[in-house]
Design a protein around this ligand. Structure first.
Ligand SMILES: [Zn+2]
Length: 268
């Protein structure tokens, strides 16, 4: 237990605000068995964290923004979900198979509002889609092309089984990939969803800074934040930022609504 606590503290102190996607508190076995493995050691693999932008309106005062939310594991954040529904704000939600299993009520809300929510694939078990063995923020990567494929296909299968239309966007755990995994996922028919604004620092930021980051999104931005941490302060900031952006007259779109441009060969 001490080792697990040590490793978790080490992990959280390593890069809390830099991570775009949420990091699990329960580490995979490989990480807990090797707490001495330094997170600062350069990975053997070149990891990419692709950007994504949507087509701009290029009209002053009429910014167009895509809000994307990851549902990695844990519960639904009703502060965010209820605001999206009440304010009729469209968004793209990336769900894992494991999150879907635990959140049938939130899923029902998504499915009852198809005009608002586009549901896409965040993988089966929230394992980084990197096809070489490495650690990403201390999390063991999928480690092989077969395991990357399983993560993607397992996520999609759970979605379809839950009554969700087949996904065609994928965003992996940690939002980091290697170039060969990007190529493999693209050949499976997916576009890969990067982002341009890290809204909540993996749900670990405070409410005020989260609100400020998201509310400052500009025309053409794709914002990443989380909808699965109902007791984190960040979610309060997300909910406030939604209202701020709406008051500014922002046009909210889902990834499928507009033309999207990603780097690192993620969309073309
Ligand atoms: Zn995630």
């Amino acid at each position: 237990m001490n080792r697990i606590l040590f490793a978790s503290a080490f992990l959280l102190s390593a890069l809390p605000a830099a991570s775009a996607d949420e990091l699990p508190l329960a580490l995979p076995a490989a990480a807990t068995l090797a707490p001495a493995a330094p997170a600062s050691k350069p990975p053997a693999v070149k990891l990419l964290e692709p950007h994504l932008h949507i087509a701009r309106t290029n009209m002053p005062g009429h910014a167009r923004i895509a809000l994307t939310f990851d549902a990695c594991m844990g519960r639904a954040d009703d502060r965010i979900l209820s605001t999206l529904v009440r304010e009729r704000i469209p968004a793209t939600i990336f769900v894992t198979a494991r999150w879907l299993k635990r959140n049938p009520q939130a899923l029902a809300v998504f499915l009852q509002n198809p005009d608002l929510f586009e549901l896409e694939n965040h993988g089966e078990n929230h394992i980084p889609a990197v096809d070489t063995p490495t650690l990403v923020y201390g999390i063991a990567s999928a480690g092989s092309p077969q395991a990357v494929r399983q993560e993607v296909e397992g996520g999609a299968a759970a979605m379809v089984a839950a009554g969700i239309p087949a996904p065609h966007w994928f965003r992996g755990s940690t939002a980091k990939y290697d170039l060969s995994a990007i190529g493999e996922i693209r050949t499976m028919g997916y576009r890969i969803a990067g982002y341009s604004v890290n809204g909540d620092g993996g749900s670990l930021l405070g409410a005020a800074i989260t609100e400020k980051r998201i509310a400052s999104a500009k025309d053409g931005d794709v914002v990443i934040s989380h909808i699965n941490q109902p007791i984190h302060a960040a979610g309060e900031g997300v909910a406030k930022a939604l209202v701020d952006l709406k008051a500014k007259g922002v046009q909210f779109v889902r990834l499928d609504d507009v033309e999207d441009t990603g780097d690192d060969k993620t969309t073309e």
